[in-house]
Design a protein. Sequence first.
Length: 90
Amino acid sequence: DAYIPVAVRCSAMFFVVADLCKVEPTYQYSLEWFIEIYILAIKTAEKPERNLQKRLKCLQDRFIQLAFQKVCDSLFEKHKLMYSLLLTFK
């Protein structure tokens, strides 16, 4: 149950990313690609000793960072600000 807030945030990000194809048809991201980013976040996020709340925060922050970087790498410059705003509002 402790991981539910992280899962909710990550799923909201997935739907923001999935809806980018409405802005530009070339912006298409698969669920498999998104899961790979999630797994990479789990592997590379800081692992504080015996502190679940810090671990959850580190995991969520790392996932947001990775997803943002990887999606921005594929966006046209004119859509990067819009993507940032969509993530903020979600």
